[in-house]
Design a protein around this ligand. Sequence first.
Ligand SMILES: [Zn+2]
Length: 416
Amino acid sequence: MKVEVKRIVERIENLGGISDESHCLSRFYGTPAHKRAGDLLIQWMENAGMEVFKDSIGNIRGVLKSPRAKAKHFVIGSHYDTVFKAGKYDGPLGILLGIEVAQRISENAIELPFHLNIVAFADEEGSRFNTAYLGSSALVGEFDEIWLNRKDDNVHTLKEVVEKNEGNVTHIFKEYIPKEDWLGYFEVHIEQGPVLCEKDLPLCLVSSIATQTRVNIAWDGVCGHAGTYPMHLRSDALCAAAEFTLEVEKIGKAYNDKLVATIGKLNVEPNISNVIPGVVTHSLDVRSPDDLLLAEITKELKYKAETIAKKRGLNYHWEIMQTNPSVSCDAQLKAALSKSIKKANINSLLEIPSGAGHDAVMISKVAPVSMLFVRCKDGISHNPLEYTAPEDINEALNVCNNFIEEIIEISNTKNK
Ligand SMILES: [Zn+2]
């Protein structure tokens, strides 16, 4: 195994051991483990020859500066927060490949026609505040002030968490790269699906990223004694949530390959065995490559929730937390990436859409974006069993190095 690949694998293991839980990997935004992981990334970026800066939202930003006046920014990035019971590769793989690309440029004193930024985004998963892309939204100047008041399960606001980590909330709105200064964005990520395994390919291009809507739903019923309250008089919030959950499954299945819908998080109050549930809050996550279909189905689901609430005599609240349109990867960057794959002697002409959201969604608001998927074993992700073989990481690194050379060449030709 070559030294760079060995280093990536060691670092993935290293980061995989930094967790807020002792029995699994869990590194939510702004926790002590999240800070420790960030500190390590700072060190690695500095060792790779970059100037490093941690911004107020918590992104770790390494840069190799171009000597040219008016040079633009090219960004390679991925995220260092995780879901609960996460795998080690989701996020870190893309950051660590970026660090190796930068280190090679720095060690060989290659002159860059653009500033090369390697960014480890502080929050992509949205596990803590149910708002994804906190890190990348700050980098592009799209951070919404309203998010600072969002609360986590322990009732800390995002503002409190930023300040606890020595971030300055007013700086969040100033530390972005202006739209006119962007050259492009590139992210490598594990596929998180089975296509590459099925086709026996190490990697492939990403064509687009699906549109996604996140909703928080609350059902307000009436608490009561589980032994004395007759069934026909109950307003059981959990039964309403359960009925709605089955409707979500039914609608999702009806659209099969065009749409996916999930309720992944549920809180029951008071959550006691002999009390009828009074309040139930839960998430709803709907995704599709088709923007219109997603909007239509979200509306239909809201109507279902309303009908269930009316029928059961309770109130419901529907709060859209986030909605992002689908994103197409940039044609010119895709062509350069395709060339880089060929140059690495990899016979992969495959292009697949991403059902998962990525920071590229947020960056696409200001810059052309591109993505590369790397095979993960059996398509398993968001799971401790997540695994990518060193041989596939090696192929990905070769493609990344070729790709940045392509971008240098394209920029030099343009600047002539
Ligand atoms: Zn990810």
